[in-house]
Design a protein around this ligand. Structure first.
Ligand code: ACO
Length: 330
């Protein structure tokens, strides 16, 4: 898909839980070090939800902030899409929990599962629904509680992940020069086991055995995913620039998914961008999956790093494997 879509980002908001887990937390009980984590991943600290918090409570907080930012009432929303790989419960969709928290009974709501590419998938679907004339204002949320599916005995994954939520309101634009200019999505289902939680679904339902074997936790073939991610990110960038005829100098900011600072650095080098033009929050939040891109965008907007009229690129890759890229004029 590549066409001019009159859909704008009308408002954004984000929320991170209060509790901070620094690298020293892991040094106290695991064979790891601050030095290893920092140099291999770029993570200094990550956030973890408190008792009583969940994916939906964080999502609702982020959504309230996005509504405030957009100067809108919840009653003006036509649809809620929650992008998450860590729902509150298996049934029903956690988007319904969010809808209830926001007091928006009647508004359609569904979950979208594309892991770390969730926000790329969610915004592309939402923009096309707006473009088709079905809805005027759509709330797209990326929210994750990865700390709840992380095996804290597995040093190869537990140091990476954190909890966060971000929300964006996509709205029909009156100005065709503004909004989504390009989007492209992809997936490779032959690589499901590269990043997955094996149990808890219909293929391997929860049992005492699956719990004993720690099969409900996230597993990742880190090295393989790393190699694939670097190559795929380059492809996505090439495709997006070629299709739009834009050069990297015209981009005010690039917002990549935050899975590893070294992957982000290779994206920056590929685009030959100065450090201030690439969004980074992995040092503060770790990998927050579907939340990372929208949280980074919200922070960049609130800090004035990007403004109305600026061109931005967002791109991500995650479990599935799934990936996506988009270019917007804010
Ligand atoms: N502390 C100390 N040593 C560690 C740790 C740790 N926390 N974790 C792994 N090691 C060790 C390994 O055991 C290995 O030791 P060995 O050589 O004796 O076997 C060594 O460090 C190197 O391990 P690698 O896996 O090769 O380390 P790598 O440099 O690849 O870093 C990482 C691992 C950070 C996971 C990296 O591969 C990565 O970022 N992969 C991509 C992740 C990604 O993009 N995911 C997509 C999104 S996630 C989602 O969708 C939910």
């Amino acid at each position: 898909m590549s066409s001019i879509l009159p859909t704008i980002l009308r408002g954004t908001g984000s929320y991170v839980p209060r509790e901070v887990l620094d690298n020293a937390f892991f040094e106290r009980y695991l064979d790891t070090s601050d030095e290893w984590i920092l140099t291999r991943t770029g993570v200094r600290e990550r956030r973890r939800i408190a008792p009583g918090e969940s994916t939906s409570t964080m999502a609702a907080r982020a959504a309230e902030r996005a509504l405030l930012d957009a100067g809108m009432q919840g009653s003006e929303l036509d649809l809620i899409i929650l992008c998450t790989a860590t729902p509150d419960q298996p049934i029903p969709a956690t988007a319904c929990n969010v809808q209830a928290h926001l007091g928006l009974s009647g508004v359609p709501a569904f979950d979208l599962g594309a892991a770390c590419s969730g926000f790329m998938y969610g915004t592309t679907v939402a923009a096309n629904l707006v473009q088709a004339g079905l809805y005027r204002n759509i709330l797209v949320i990326g929210a994750e509680t990865l700390t709840q599916v992380t095996d804290y005995e597995d040093r190869t994954t537990c140091v990476l992940f954190g909890d966060a939520a971000g929300a964006a309101i996509l709205a029909r634009s009156e100005d065709p020069r503004q909004g989504l200019l390009y989007a492209s999505l992809g997936a490779d289902g032959t690589r499901i086991q590269d990043i997955w939680a094996p149990a808890g679904g219909s293929a391997l339902p929860a049992s005492a055995n699956t719990v004993a074997e720690r099969l409900h936790f996230l597993r990742m073939r880190g090295r393989e995913v790393y190699k694939f991610a670097v190559v795929k990110m380059m492809d996505l960038i090439d495709g997006a620039l070629k299709a739009t005829g834009l050069s990297s100098e015209q981009l005010k900011m690039v917002i990549p998914h935050q899975s590893n600072l070294r992957i982000i650095e290779s994206v920056r080098e590929k685009l030959n961008l100065p450090v201030e033009k690439i969004a980074i929050n992995i040092d503060r939040y770790g990998n927050t999956s579907a939340a990372s891109i929208i949280v980074a965008l919200d922070e960049a907007r609130k800090q004035g790093q990007v403004r109305k009229g600026d061109l931005i690129m967002m791109l991500g890759l995650g479990a599935g494997l799934t990936w996506g890229v988009s270019i917007w004029r804010l």
